[in-house]
Ligand binder design. Structure first.
Ligand SMILES: [Zn+2]
Length: 109
């Protein structure tokens, strides 16, 4: 089993997000896991909950539980949706962490 497949299983990446890239920085003992979402994905509007198209996206990094002796960071693409009723809003729910918090749910619990 390749590292990518192991990480997908361990992290439990929910659809429409997907593992994009894994970078191991040996000199710093760091693993960076980049998670993107599938093209043409829709997400619930943060205000009314109606499925809305993505307006734009950017990456946010969350510190996650260590992978062996390596510090692990999830670099997850977040987005703003464009709802016909409510306009452009940032996603309310993210699978790994909250906006403005730099640690995943696993480190906060
Ligand atoms: Zn809305």
């Amino acid at each position: 089993m390749e590292l990518d497949n192991i990480l997908i299983k361990i992290l439990g990446i929910p659809s429409p997000w997907k593992l994009k890239k894994v970078e191991v920085v040996h000199v710093a003992d760091v693993v960076r896991i980049e998670i993107d979402y599938l093209r043409n994905s829709t997400f619930p509007c943060a205000n009314c909950g109606k499925e809305s198209k993505v307006h734009d996206g950017s990456y946010r990094e969350w510190r996650h539980l260590d992978f062996m002796q390596y510090k692990t960071y999830l670099n997850v693409k977040t987005s703003r949706t464009k709802c016909k009723e409510c306009g452009i809003l940032t996603l309310k729910e993210m699978p790994f962490g909250r906006m403005g918090i730099h640690y995943t749910f696993f480190l906060n619990d």
